[in-house]
Design a protein around this ligand. Structure first.
Ligand SMILES: C[S@@+](CC[C@H](N)C(=O)[O-])C[C@H]1O[C@@H](n2cnc3c(N)ncnc32)[C@H](O)[C@@H]1O
Length: 219
């Protein structure tokens, strides 16, 4: 919750209903729509449900379960969430929200056995990209060059690490700070798709490539 809207009535109401301090709450357009009018880039913010869907999709894939996929979330306020290989995201949004509130408060989530499941650190998108050290950073956007999802996933073939960057926002495009770090950027459909659909398609193609499965359109 940004400080400058913490005193807005919609935030205060939500705070007294949930018992959370505004500083502990996730910005959520479903509750804080009126307060968000004051925020810069407000149309790109306040949708933690998009991140929930995206994580559920990515972390349920065979690619992730086999340990062949690393997942990071970079936030608008330059926080980086590192997802551990053994994280299973709660299917219930209510439980996911609780987990994220704890993560932003404690900066780490551990399992009952003490294994780190999620960590929060300060970090710009550029520093995240540097830390990952991928050979290629590929952007996915409707503003990118039209291509097939098969060809885009194929970029990962024959190199050690390839990062795919997907926007976890409802509308708008990557900021300049993100765009300057991207290599090629591709659009994989004539439609503007939901982030989780793009994730599902790219990761499925990566799985097929890994298995050496050839299908129509393969080159
Ligand atoms: C709901 S969209 C955000 C809207 C944005 N105007 C756009 O279409 O890129 C969420 C994310 O899904 C990905 N995405 C959506 N449609 C896409 C497409 N046709 N090709 C590639 N990526 C797409 C992008 O990473 C985008 O940031």
């Amino acid at each position: 919750m940004p400080d400058n809207i913490a005193g807005h009535p919609s935030v205060k109401n939500h705070s007294s209903r949930t018992g959370l301090k505004p500083s502990e709450m996730l910005l959520d357009r479903s509750y804080h729509h009126a307060a968000m009018k004051r925020l810069p880039d407000s149309w790109k913010r306040g949708r933690p449900d998009i991140v929930h869907f995206a994580l559920m999709e990515a972390l349920s894939t065979p690619l992730f379960l086999k340990g062949r996929l690393k997942v990071y979330v970079h936030t608008v306020n330059d926080k980086v969430i590192t997802i551990a290989d053994n994280l299973r995201v709660p299917k219930s949004y209510f439980r996911f929200e609780g987990l994220m509130v704890s993560l932003f408060r404690d900066r780490v989530i551990k399992s009952d056995e003490g294994a780190v499941l999620m960590e929060l650190a300060d970090g710009s998108f550029s520093s995240l990209v540097n830390d990952i050290g991928a050979d290629k950073i590929v952007g996915l956007s409707t503003a990118g060059v039209q291509s097939s999802v098969h060809k885009v996933a194929g970029i990962a073939k024959g190199i050690d690490d390839c990062a795919f960057v997907i926007g976890g926002f409802p509308s708008g495009h990557f900021s300049e700070k993100v765009t300057k770090n991207l290599g090629p950027t591709y659009s994989i459909s004539d439609f503007g798709l939901e982030a989780h659909v793009v994730i599902a398609r790219i990761l499925y193609e990566c799985e097929l490539l890994e298995e050496g499965v050839h299908h129509e359109g393969n080159e």
